[in-house]
Design a protein around this ligand. Sequence first.
Ligand SMILES: [Zn+2]
Length: 450
Amino acid sequence: MRPLSWKSVRLWTTALCAIVLSACDLGSVPDVGEILAVVVPPAERIDVRELGSGQTFGELLDGRLTMNEQASLLLAFQEHASPRRMRPGTEVAFRYLPELEELRGIDVQVSRDETVRLTRAATGWMADRMETPVYVDTLYASGSIDNVLWTSVVGNPDLQSMPIADRNRIIDYLDRVFQWQVDFSRQIRVGDTYRFAFEREVRPDGSLRAGQLISAELVNSGTAYHAIWFDPNGDGEGSYYDLDGKSVRRAFLLRPLAYRRISSRFSNGRFHPVLQRWRAHRGVDYAADTGTEIMATSDGVVIQRGPNGGLGNAVEIRHPNGFVTRYGHMSRFNSNVVLGTRVRQGDVIGYVGMTGLATGPHLHYEMLRNGRHMDPLSVDLPAGDPVPADDMVRWMDEMMARVALLESIPGGGPVRTATTEDLEAHEEDDGTASGTGIAARVIDVDGGMR
Ligand SMILES: [Zn+2]
């Protein structure tokens, strides 16, 4: 998944809210005496129905409209969605003017993120497609690991309002960010701690639409790792850096699948299960279910896409510095990825399958440099670029605000960085500021909903 574009102003808001919330006592409401209740009739009466199993949209409309009107409505609806593809359980809201009991509109939730709004006009029915509104907020959580990371995050009391599937997604976000520092499946220890600030878009039903870790800390076996999101152009193409502005990512992902089990490693000789003879295995096999997403491990250009002998459906990508990666046995390709497509690290290029010489669904992954095969699990991967020198001032500002978010999580304590210590020492020299002074520059507020 590609990070979304996030307005930095919202991050500033978040920082301010975090500070304001912790500073103010919201419990004191002034006593202004008795206020008479004013009852306002609702602007609309809304009757929400669900499409039954085997029921058509037309059947749900029956009796509410004339035949002519129903035909006009379905015609308008078809501009945005297919009435035949509507699933059982689809919510249809009939909106009436309360006085006249006249149907003025119908909202059809065609997917979790989109609604088709049908409106009655003088000339017939008209349709518009609307994005379901989402709230943007920031989630803070911290915890220590007393068993495994999964149990700690899924059972975290700070996250209990989220559906379990969304808590799983948070683990996935953390894993993607820290994958080069800590192997979540092998290196997490009892006593390790984590804390993070996660900006998210939430649907009205409380489920997560999208999100972005904005700052995170993982203390693993006594070593603290930090990842701070920084997107100087505000175009969603930012990256994660440690407190010193060094990239936490490498030029290549460690693996092309989010959920993986290595079923065969790189070797110069092994017994091939299909060919029934010894031959070298110049790649790594990852067992995974058919349909699991396969990601490009680095930025590059697609130089092969299609059937490739024993590799079955395969993709080959050329990267800078003489690197090529190869992905085999796919069930299908991402239709947007063709010969010559420029891909970014983490883009989905296809899906796990068992085409070619394979006894079960898995991904065969190869890495070559200057035409020679390398073991992807042991190659020393080049580091990502640090914060560009031109963006240093802005980075310092944003990094410190995002570190302040972590410090605002109760029970965490300060994130010690050379930079903040230097600044505090400097302030003390002047005899001016006290405290960390980190959030003092936060000035802007917006509603946080869109
Ligand atoms: Zn293989």
